[in-house]
Design a protein around this ligand. Structure first.
Ligand code: XUL
Ligand code: CO
Length: 437
């Protein structure tokens, strides 16, 4: 088998003093953090779409990426050769998982039948590559947004035939995810949203989306797929308003349509910030509601208002993510998928290694820093103390629901004024967190 990344061997952990750019400084897969190896805690995944299908094109220019194994055609031969390159990369990197959309791995045919056939051929190559390398599938999904048929959306399209086509495509995508031992299946809205309410029946579109997700999970049950379903929030892009706006909107949708027992959330950093939230907010909101399933790790650019999907290198960000992930005891069966792309200017194959090594090291550091903060109970004690007035007395009665407005009025009339407030100490806490970085 031809080598696609010659001169690059397996990326090893060399420790923080190493200056080797092709080594991990912080991600030692065997190191224990809160009783789990970093391999099992972080469950890193490489995404097929950006890493193996990203061309580097932007609205002002064509692709720049140098990918010697890829002849740039939509042939099946090319798709199969790309699988070899992908698995060489993932196994040299030492990531245990990968993720894909159906149309990333196999070319779309002229008909659904032909597309399914193409997918079957490539799935056999993926299966062989998984067996050969031990790399596993974190999740599969379907691309319901690139083809022009999906101009009005897929499950929320005004065209019932397009809904049916999308259903057929997702049926197949779930089946191949199952065949490849995928541990999760993701729904990202794609074009499930609207540009203008003058031509949109929002109620019907949301009803259809829910119908679609019920059908998907029913089919999964029928074929025996036990993986976790994940819904991925994103507020805008490609549509002006996406129905899966943020964790709260997704959760409300799942609850309203009786899907909560079947679907959790896949939270992505750049989507959180586009929604005006921090990633930590989205993670904590999902965690406290019991729906934090998996994450798409990347970062946006605070000066740009779109989804730049950059690799996460900010230790402050990864520490905040890991504080929540550790609180939950990890993400399994979900993981940390690098839904990130190298910049248009970083066009050489080796840049794929630098990018992933940086992201993996950044999360490993975040994990160790977060574990130290948790070990010293820095935030835990502050938060516990801050709400102590609810631990007994009137606060306890409020939490238990044993008092009414009239009781609280009587209490306050008698007491006169509340106990004095305490300082929130935000600046002190920010300083203390910096001491751990
Ligand atoms: C798009 C995005 C998708 C999903 C999978 O912004 O994040 O790649 O993760 O469809
Ligand atoms: Co994503």
């Amino acid at each position: 088998m031809a080598e696609h990344f010659p001169g690059i061997s397996r990326i090893e952990y060399e420790g923080p003093k190493s200056r080797n750019p092709l080594a991990f400084k912080h991600y030692n897969p065997d190191e224990l953090v809160e009783g789990k190896t970093l391999r099992d805690l972080l469950r890193y995944s490489v995404c097929y779409w950006h890493t193996f299908r990203g061309t580097g094109s932007d609205p002002f220019g064509s692709g720049t990426m140098l990918r010697p194994w890829d002849d740039g055609t939509e042939s099946l031969d090319n798709a199969v050769r790309r699988v070899d390159a992908a698995f060489e990369f993932i196994s040299k990197l030492g990531a245990p998982y990968y993720c894909f959309h159906d149309r990333d791995v196999a070319p779309e045919g002229a008909t659904l039948r032909e597309s399914n056939h193409n997918l079957d051929v490539v799935v056999q190559a993926l299966k062989a590559a998984q067996e050969r390398t031990g790399v596993k599938l974190l999740w599969g999904t379907a691309n319901l947004f690139s083809h022009p048929r999906y101009m009005h959306g897929a499950a929320t399209s005004c065209n019932a035939d397009v809904f049916a086509y999308a259903a057929a495509q997702v049926k197949k995508a779930i089946e191949v995810t199952y065949e490849l031992g995928g541990e999760n299946y993701v729904f990202w809205g794609g074009r499930e949203g609207y540009m203008n309410l003058y031509n949109t029946n929002m109620q019907r579109e949301l009803d259809h989306l829910a119908r679609f997700m019920h059908m998907a999970s029913n089919h999964a049950r029928t074929i025996g797929f036990k993986g976790q379903f994940l819904f991925e929030p994103k507020p805008k892009e490609p549509t002006k308003h996406q129905y899966d706006f943020d964790a709260a909107a997704c959760l409300n949708f799942l609850r309203a349509y009786g899907l909560l027992d079947r679907v959790k959330l896949n939270i992505e950093t750049n989507h959180a910030t586009l929604a005006g939230h921090t990633m930590m907010h989205e993670l904590e909101y999902s965690r406290m509601q019991g729906v934090l399933g998996s994450i798409d790790a990347n970062t946006g650019d605070l000066l740009l208002g779109w989804d730049t999907d950059q690799f996460p290198t900010d230790i402050y960000l990864t520490t905040q993510c890991m504080l929540v992930i550790l609180k939950q005891g990890g993400l399994a069966p979900g993981g940390i998928n690098f839904d990130a792309k190298v910049r248009r200017e970083s066009f050489e194959p080796v840049d794929l290694f630098y990018a992933h090594i940086g992201g993996m090291d950044a999360f490993a550091r975040g994990a160790k820093i977060a574990a130290a903060i948790r070990r010293d109970k820095v935030l835990e004690e502050v938060i516990q103390k801050r709400y102590a007035s609810y631990d007994d007395g009137i606060g306890r009665k409020i939490e238990l629901g044993s008092v009414h407005f009239t009781d609280l009025e009587a209490y306050m009339l008698e007491k006169g004024n509340p106990e004095p407030n305490s300082s929130g100490r935000q600046e002190l806490l920010e300083n203390i967190i910096n001491d751990y970085l």
